[in-house]
Design a protein around this ligand. Structure first.
Ligand code: GJV
Length: 451
C-alpha cells in the first residue's frame, strides 16, 4: 500500500467513539465530556491522548475513556464476554445498562447458565485431568481439610475432591444458575454431606469458617481475559486460612514469534488477485477488521515457531495483588532459529499446582502451549500489520504490556513492541546478545481484547 493511501485511510473522516466515563479537562487543550458522549477522533498522536471533536469543540481526550463504535468482538470461539457486541451497536438504553455494569455479569454468568461452555471445559481432558491429578497427588493432605472451589461450574473439581480424598468440607461456589444443577449432581453422586453448593458471586459469599485450600479454574485467554482471577485474589484475602494452599499456585504467560501463512493468505493475500482481478484496496480493511484484534483458538504448529518460547509474565498466586492486574509488563528477547516469515506472536499460559505431600506424584503443571496437545484455550495469535522476513541468528526483542480496561473490567488491551536485530547467522552470538545491530524492523501494536 502506498504511504499516502495509508494516511488517507487512517485519518480521513475520523472514527466514532463512545465515552465510557466522565472526563473533566485539566488544561485548555483538552475536552470535557460525559459518559455516553459520542466523540469523533480525528488523530491519535500517541497511545494515551487522542485529538477529538465533540459538539464543534476540539481537544485532547484520554483514550482509556473511549470505546470504538462498531468494533466487532471476538474472532473465533471466544468465551463469555468475548461474544459481546460493541455497545454502540446496541440501543441507547442497552448502552446505558452496559456502562452501569462494567463487569457485564448478567451476560457473563448468563453464558455459563447453558451447557455449551461447560461441555467445552469438561470435554477438555488435559484441563480436567490436570485438576483430577492435583487432587489425587494430594489425597492424604486433603484429608479433613476445608476446600473452596471458586467458580465450580458443574462441580467437577469438588466432586473429584469428594470422590478421591476425604475432605472435611468442600464449598462449591458458582454464580450462574447452573448451580441448581450442580446441587443435583452432588446429590445424585451421594456427596451432599461433603459438598455444599453455594450460588452467588464468590466475592460476596459468607462461609462459617476459613478454608485450607482455594481451588479454582479461573484462567482465560492470554491467562487474564475475563479477569475471574480478581475474584480468586479477593477470596484468598478474605477466606484462605494462614498457611493455606492456592491451586493453581503459580501462573505464567508465554510468547513466541511465529509464522501464520495460512491465516495471512486467507485474509490478506486473498485480495491480491481473486478471479484475475486486483482487490488490494480491500487490504487495509482486512488489516483493520481481522489483524487489529487477537485471534483466539489459534493452534500454532511447532514448525511455525521461529524460536524457543519465552516466559513474559510470571505470577505467584500467594502474593499477586488485585492492583497488580491493572498493568502487567514483560520483556522478551528471542533468538530466531530458522529462516521464515515473522507474521506475529502466539501466546499461551501455563499454571502450576504445588504439591503439599511428600508421598505422591508431586507438582502438576497444565501447559496450554504448542508443545502439548491442544486444550480448549488453544493459543492466541497477534498478527503484525505486515510480515517481516527473518533468518537464523536474528534476534527479536521487545516488550508486552497487558493493560486492563479502566471501565470494562473483564477486558484488556495488549501492546506488543518489537525490534528485529539482524544477526550473523550465528545462534551463539544471539544467545549471548553479543551483537546489537540496529536494523530493520521496529514496531508496536495494541490489540484490544475486546475493549
Ligand atoms: N463467583 C462465582 N462463580 C464464578 C465467578 C465468581 N466471581 N466467576 C466465574 N464464575 N476459567 N475463564 C463461574 C462461572 O459462572 C463459570 O461457571 C465458571 O466460574 C467459569 C470457569 C471457567 N472460566 C474460565
Amino acid at each position: 500500500m502506498e504511504e499516502s493511501e495509508k494516511a488517507e485511510n487512517d485519518t480521513s473522516a475520523g472514527e466514532e467513539f463512545i465515552s465510557l466515563s466522565d472526563f473533566t479537562a485539566t488544561g485548555s487543550d483538552q475536552l470535557t465530556f460525559g459518559r455516553g458522549d459520542r466523540l469523533l477522533v480525528r488523530a491519535k498522536p500517541c497511545e494515551d491522548w487522542w485529538w477529538a471533536e465533540l459538539r464543534g469543540d476540539v481537544g485532547y481526550v484520554p483514550s482509556s475513556h473511549l470505546l470504538q463504535c462498531r468494533l466487532s468482538s471476538a474472532t473465533g470461539d471466544a468465551q463469555g464476554p468475548g461474544d459481546a457486541q460493541g455497545p454502540c451497536e446496541q440501543e441507547e438504553e442497552e448502552e446505558e445498562a452496559a456502562v452501569e455494569d462494567p463487569w457485564q455479569d448478567e451476560e457473563y454468568f448468563g453464558s455459563y447458565a447453558s451447557l455449551k461452555l461447560h461441555l467445552e471445559m469438561l470435554s477438555d481432558q488435559r484441563r480436567t485431568e490436570a485438576y483430577r491429578q492435583v487432587v489425587l497427588n494430594n489425597r492424604d493432605f486433603l484429608k479433613d481439610k476445608v476446600v473452596l472451589d471458586l467458580g465450580c461450574g458443574t462441580g467437577i473439581i469438588s466432586l473429584f475432591c469428594a470422590q478421591l480424598s476425604q475432605p472435611a468440607k468442600v464449598y462449591a461456589v458458582e454464580a450462574s444458575p447452573m448451580a441448581e444443577y450442580t446441587r443435583r449432581l452432588v446429590r445424585r453422586n451421594g456427596f451432599e454431606d461433603v459438598v455444599t453448593v453455594l450460588q452467588g458471586r464468590a466475592e460476596d459469599v459468607e462461609l462459617p469458617q476459613k478454608v485450607d485450600v482455594l481451588l479454582s479454574e479461573w484462567m482465560g485467554n492470554c491467562l487474564l481475559f475475563e479477569f475471574m482471577v480478581e475474584a480468586v485474589l479477593k477470596v484468598r484475602r478474605r477466606w484462605l486460612a494462614e498457611g493455606g494452599v492456592m491451586w493453581p499456585s503459580s501462573a505464567a504467560l508465554l510468547l513466541v514469534p511465529c509464522q501464520a501463512h495460512g491465516f495471512y493468505a486467507e485474509n490478506m493475500s486473498f485480495w491480491k488477485n481473486p478471479y484475475g482481478l486486483d482487490f488490494t484496496p480491500l487490504q487495509p480493511l482486512a488489516q483493520q477488521e481481522i489483524f487489529s484484534k487477537p485471534k483466539f483458538s489459534h493452534v500454532v504448529a511447532l514448525e511455525d515457531c521461529l524460536s524457543a518460547p519465552s516466559e513474559v509474565l510470571s505470577l505467584n498466586m500467594y502474593t499477586l495483588d488485585v492492583q497488580d492486574l491493572e498493568e502487567m509488563t514483560g520483556q522478551f528477547s528471542f533468538c530466531v532459529d530458522k529462516l521464515g516469515e515473522f507474521h506475529g506472536f502466539s501466546a499461551w499460559f501455563t499454571v502450576g499446582f504445588e504439591s503439599r505431600q511428600t508421598a505422591g506424584g508431586g507438582a502438576v503443571e497444565l501447559d496450554t502451549g504448542p508443545y502439548s496437545q491442544p486444550t480448549h484455550w488453544k493459543q492466541t495469535l497477534f498478527m503484525l500489520d505486515s510480515p517481516v522476513s527473518v533468518h537464523e541468528g536474528d534476534r527479536i526483542s521487545g516488550s508486552i504490556v497487558l493493560h486492563r480496561n479502566h471501565v470494562w473490567r473483564r477486558h484488556m488491551s495488549i501492546t506488543l513492541s518489537w525490534t528485529v536485530h539482524s544477526g550473523t547467522q550465528d545462534a551463539d552470538a544471539c544467545q549471548a546478545s553479543a551483537f546489537n545491530s540496529p536494523t530493520g524492523n521496529v514496531g508496536t501494536k495494541t490489540f484490544p481484547m475486546w475493549r
